[in-house]
Ligand binder design. Structure first.
Ligand SMILES: C[S@@+](CC[C@H](N)C(=O)[O-])C[C@H]1O[C@@H](n2cnc3c(N)ncnc32)[C@H](O)[C@@H]1O
Length: 284
């Protein structure tokens, strides 16, 4: 979301409790003592293209940016306090469960996550949260085997369009994404996606699999429920033979493919959320 708006909220203490609970004491104290202009300047050092985590408080500001942005989305979209949220491909990133936990202690969170090692890390990292959390070690395409249609208020894809497409391509290339260490196979996956893209074959190879997942996730939502996507571009892609420019266009790629598939999801534009990096779809 918009950094100046977010900085103002941090200054007024909206995330004070969250900072005290989840961040090192010195970081919480430092951010707590800053003006909105100073906080915004700190955010701008990190939230850029590519994301810069190496500076002071880089990881904390990155986490705060996403947890606060998702928290504000739940607020703005009036997600019910006892709402159900499904995240596909969370890996071991826990920003959305933390945002949901801060939003309501009685909400329920479910993720489908294929990679074993990341799923185990995820469970460890969320063990202290108050909300009910379930990790399903399966492909998100099978989620209707676990929950009935129309049972979730929100479906989230945090920086996950890339993970889903990488996994589809990896399967076609015979790369094991379940039992491998994700970071060891990542260069191989990125290079494979790039090769398909450069040959003009990515859509042929990935559209069916990707749209199959989005259609399933659409069925999982209640009418009026939201499917929310975000994306960001990290440093170091070019070194791996991968393109930052290609990665930065993933939301637009998803938007075009989803529109073409005509799945009964309409886009909702939210002022503080840049549509290059965010997409909010509402189930009709
Ligand atoms: C690097 S983690 C991504 C974490 C998070 N999306 C982020 O960027 O911070 C990638 C995870 O997505 C999972 N994944 C990819 N496609 C999936 C699918 N169709 N269903 C379930 N998990 C999937 C992988 O198995 C892996 O655990």
């Amino acid at each position: 979301m918009n950094l100046s708006e977010l900085a103002k909220q941090v200054e007024t203490g909206k995330f004070k409790q969250h900072l005290e609970k989840h961040f090192p004491e010195d970081v919480a104290l430092r951010l707590g003592g800053m003006t909105a202009a100073e906080i915004e300047r700190e955010f701008k050092q990190v939230i850029q293209v590519p994301i810069r985590l190496s500076g002071e408080m880089g990881h904390e500001l990155f986490e705060l940016f996403y947890t606060a942005s998702w928290f504000n989305l739940f607020d703005r979209l009036q997600v019910p306090a006892d709402g159900m949220l499904f995240e596909i491909a969370a890996g071991d990133t826990v920003y959305i469960p933390k945002a949901l936990d801060a939003y309501s202690s009685v909400a329920k969170y479910v993720t489908a996550n294929l990679n074993k090692e990341l799923s185990e890390n995820f469970m460890r990292k969320t063990a202290s949260l108050r909300i009910d959390i379930r990790v399903i070690q399966d492909d998100g395409i099978h989620i209707l085997d676990y929950y009935p249609e129309g049972s979730f208020d929100v479906v989230s894809l945090h920086h996950a369009v890339n993970d889903i497409i990488q996994t589809i391509i990896a399967n076609q290339e015979g790369i094991d994404t379940v039992n491998s260490n994700w970071w060891t196979i990542e260069p191989q996956m990125l290079q494979a996606v790039m090769a398909y893209h450069n040959r003009g074959e990515l859509k042929n190879a990935a559209y069916g699999g990707f749209i199959g997942i989005i259609e399933t996730l659409g069925k999982l939502l209640k009418p009026g429920g939201y499917m929310i996507f975000d994306n960001c571009t990290h440093e170091g892609y070019e070194k791996l033979g991968y393109s930052s420019e290609f990665h930065s266009a993933y939301i637009q790629l998803a938007r075009e493919w989803i529109q073409e598939a005509n799945l009964g999801l309409e886009e909702v534009k939210l002022e503080a959320y840049d549509s290059k990096w965010w997409m909010v779809l509402r189930k009709l």
